[in-house]
Ligand binder design. Structure first.
Ligand SMILES: Cc1cc2nc3c(=O)[nH]c(=O)nc-3n(C[C@H](O)[C@H](O)[C@H](O)COP(=O)(O)OP(=O)(O)OC[C@H]3O[C@@H](n4cnc5c(N)ncnc54)[C@H](O)[C@@H]3O)c2cc1C
Length: 400
């Protein structure tokens, strides 16, 4: 049986950043990351928009607001130190209809409360900066950037290994037993013992928490985000990232035009209820995952509240023309034939038992385990501040 000071379950960016932080702060600790897939970053971390979010949207004082802002600097610093390509290209949040204007102004106020330097542009200035985009006005966020988070996570993983940490891929955790002298972790292939455990399981975080005996007042619900890629003739269509003004009640930012680090542009993501936690195609179906969502009272309450929106997202997913209409609101030149297939991602979103969406990150702990339970966007941007918070909590709680 292998024994470690600390084991981290989950080889996404949050787990790997946490392992890196531990090797940094406690170089004598033996550390291992356990990941069920054959490589790191194959789920949310490798299937997102690749945006280094500035921190505009989040309620001031929340972990999201604080960690996102710090995360911009930390991510860029890490990229510079490890020669990872990134581009702080800035973004425009575009108001396309009169209803958007008061929400855009409210967002501007919020960005100021979050300490950001965001500029308001009128329609003429928007057209000057982005001639192929139309709108009634926009917010310009200069600090937003782009990066490939799977490269960031794999680089962090290589750094953990260089410092003596181990990465055990192909090990799916099936049992967690917390005892007075440590934690025993059963994977399909091995029994592993740890003095302390940190769980960063992404969309599986709630199941792993329950597996260790934790009682939860929320459940993770999978929302698929579907993207298209624009053809290479549209690589220069925009200089910035282009976002709509989002619905403040929801944690999703709306279908946006994203310049990717590889030089192409994507459109997306929407937010459609997924019928499998790791099912990336519309047709992917898991009876267990679907029954779990539909059987959850919190989800049923949420679905009743947002029924019209949920059905509309489904319809947009099934019809390319409807999806296109969302982007044509701000980019009228786009045509159906511009939308080429691109990989989808699945967001892990905590829904509380009363049917409300938990917007902030959730971190819970027991006497030997810390669980990162809800780490939706902008958790890729915020991975290093989240890791710091997790390790600080472990240090206090476990007496490290
Ligand atoms: C469509 C989409 C767009 C997004 N866009 C952005 C963006 O632009 N900017 C941003 O900052 N954030 C964005 N996000 C959010 C961001 O991608 C996530 O918040 C972040 O990647 C979460 O990282 P994680 O490590 O918690 O989860 P994950 O990357 O999902 O990693 C969890 C890992 O745990 C492993 N695991 C699970 N169960 C087990 C088990 N039993 N045994 C072993 N291993 C297990 C999984 O295999 C997985 O590798 C987006 C997310 C999505 C889905």
């Amino acid at each position: 049986m292998s024994t470690y000071d600390v084991v981290i379950i989950g080889g996404g960016i949050v787990g790997v950043a946490t392992a890196l932080r531990i090797t940094d702060r406690y170089p004598d600790f033996s550390v291992a990351i356990i990941e069920k897939e054959a490589d790191l970053a194959l789920h949310q971390t490798g299937r997102n928009s690749g945006v280094i979010h500035a921190g505009v949207y989040y309620k001031p004082g929340t972990m999201k607001a604080l960690f996102c802002r710090e995360g911009v600097e930390a991510t860029i610093q890490f990229c510079k130190e490890h020669s990872i390509p990134f581009d702080q290209c800035g973004k425009l949040i575009v108001a396309t209809k009169p209803d958007d204007l008061p929400r855009m102004i409210a967002l501007h106020e919020r960005s100021k409360e979050n300490g950001l330097d965001v500029e308001r542009l009128d329609a003429k200035e928007l057209a000057r900066r982005e001639p192929r985009i139309t709108g009634l006005g926009a917010l310009f966020v200069p600090t937003t950037g782009i990066v490939d988070y799977s490269v960031v996570a794999r680089t962090m993983g290589a750094e953990v290994k260089r410092r003596g940490g181990e990465i055990l891929t192909g090990h799916e955790v099936r049992g967690i037993r917390e005892e007075s002298d440590g934690v025993t972790i059963e994977t399909g292939r091995a029994t592993i013992k740890a003095r302390h455990l940190i769980v960063c399981g992404g969309i599986m975080a709630d199941r792993l928490a329950k597996l260790s005996g934790l009682m939860l007042d929320f459940q993770l619900v999978p929302f698929r985000g579907e993207y298209f890629r624009l053809g290479s003739d549209k690589d220069d269509i925009v200089k910035h990232l282009i976002y709509p003004v989002p619905d403040p009640a929801l944690p999703f930012l709306g279908v946006h035009l994203t310049r990717m680090i590889g030089g192409y542009v994507t459109v997306g993501p929407n937010a459609v209820l997924a019928f499998a936690r790791e099912g990336y195609r519309f047709t992917d179906f898991s009876f267990k995952d679907t029954a779990e969502v539909l059987g959850y009272r919190g989800f049923r309450t949420l679905a009743r509240t947002h029924l019209a929106l949920g059905l509309s997202e489904m319809a947009n997913s099934l019809s390319k023309r409807r999806y296109l209409a969302l982007c044509r609101q701000y980019c009228p030149e786009l045509k159906v034939e511009d939308l080429q297939p691109y990989r989808a991602g699945i967001r892990a979103q905590a829904v509380m038992a009363d049917g409300t969406i938990e917007h902030d990150f959730i971190i819970r702990s027991t006497s030997r385990i810390v669980h990162v339970c809800n780490a939706p966007s902008p958790a890729a941007t915020s991975s290093m501040p989240i890791a710091r918070a997790v390790v600080d909590r472990a240090a206090t709680q476990f007496g490290w």
